[in-house]
Design a protein around this ligand. Structure first.
Ligand code: C5P
Length: 313
């Protein structure tokens, strides 16, 4: 039986939002505001959170998971980024927050896949519809950028170049589809902690982040092979993530030994990604990595769409 956390709620809206991975994540020295300048290439992959919104007089957020995602670490009440998103949108239009929001998660929590950012983007789109606001795209993207560095990309999806602290997004047209094996960890990693570890490891980091220019040029050219993409993957937060979770280094070796083209840490980690040559290869690598039970192993494709409406009644 398919689990439906919104059963019996009555009419509502559901927006689906994808997880992101960073094909390139270049990080520069911390700016005066504490954020790090980024040069990143995002790709949306087929792991999704569903954000549903129902018209109510009260305002309330519930988080559920129909998959095997541990939601214990999702902040509650006003600490939840979905509450921030609702407040920002309500303030822009000078109205009260109302409605019941159900966030059904399949994106790992605190995993380096921007699950919280996806929920914020989904909430902006769902509440804009529920409240009949017709917010302009400019305002939505601006609010998204204020909510978090990865939130604007969650609106766009696809493949995109991110600069600033990640919030300045330029979509890239890239036709090919890639296969990924995704291995979340049981315990998440705090993004600020990983950035602090980056600062410790690179006390003299240049102000300019490592450029993703070669990858961008490749993506914008003729479609190439997954092997070529594998050679261009780069993550400046991998070393700090491995410093905080040394056991992930063994997992990365395990994935490439099982036949993946390349393994890397996803964003600030601890989720690990394995680029595979085809769907069959991905299933085979996933089977091998999951052979000893105890760990969750997922298969996803990318690029996929950003926040989009999947139900309206
Ligand atoms: O904006 P976001 O919610 O992604 O940021 C979470 C935290 O990660 C920030 O408070 C900051 O400590 C760190 N961060 C950073 N540089 C970035 C993005 C995030 O230092 N470009």
């Amino acid at each position: 039986m398919i689990h439906d956390p919104t059963e019996g709620e009555g009419p509502g809206i559901t927006v689906r939002v994808a997880a992101k991975i960073n094909l390139h994540l270049g990080v520069g020295a911390a700016r005066p505001d504490g954020f790090h300048p980024l040069d990143t290439v995002y790709m949306a992959v087929s792991l999704y959170d569903d954000i549903s919104a129902f018209g109510k007089r009260y305002f309330r957020i519930d988080t559920t998971s129909s998959g095997h995602i541990d939601i214990d670490d999702v902040p509650e009440g006003e600490d939840n980024i979905v509450a921030h998103a609702a407040r920002a949108l309500a303030r822009l239009h000078g109205r009260r927050r109302t409605g019941r929001i159900v966030v059904d998660k399949s994106i790992p929590v605190a995993g380096g896949m921007a699950g919280g950012s996806a929920d914020a983007a989904g909430a902006l789109v769902a509440l804009d519809r529920l409240w009949g606001l017709h917010t302009s795209d400019e305002d939505l993207v601006r609010l998204a950028g204020e909510l978090g560095s990865d939130v604007p990309f969650a609106l766009f999806g696809g493949t995109a170049h991110g600069t600033g602290r990640g919030e300045l997004v330029r979509p890239i047209a890239h036709e090919a589809t890639y296969w990924w094996v995704i291995v979340p960890s049981r315990a998440g990693l705090s993004t600020p902690e990983v950035f602090r570890c980056f600062d410790r490891l690179h006390p003299h980091a240049p102000a300019e982040p490592t450029s993703g220019g070669a990858l961008l040029e490749w993506l914008e050219g003729q479609p190439g092979s997954p092997e070529e993409l594998g050679a261009l993957l780069h993550n400046d937060l991998q070393a700090p993530a491995l410093e905080l979770r040394p056991e992930l280094a063994d997992l990365l070796v395990e994935g490439t030994s099982a036949g993946a083209i390349r393994g890397l840490v996803s964003g600030s980690g601890p989720t690990c990604l394995f680029l595979c040559g085809s769907g069959e290869e991905a299933q085979r690598v996933a089977g091998e990595l999951g052979a000893f039970g105890r760990r969750t192993v997922l298969v996803a494709t990318g690029p996929v769409a950003g926040a989009h409406l999947v139900k309206y009644d």
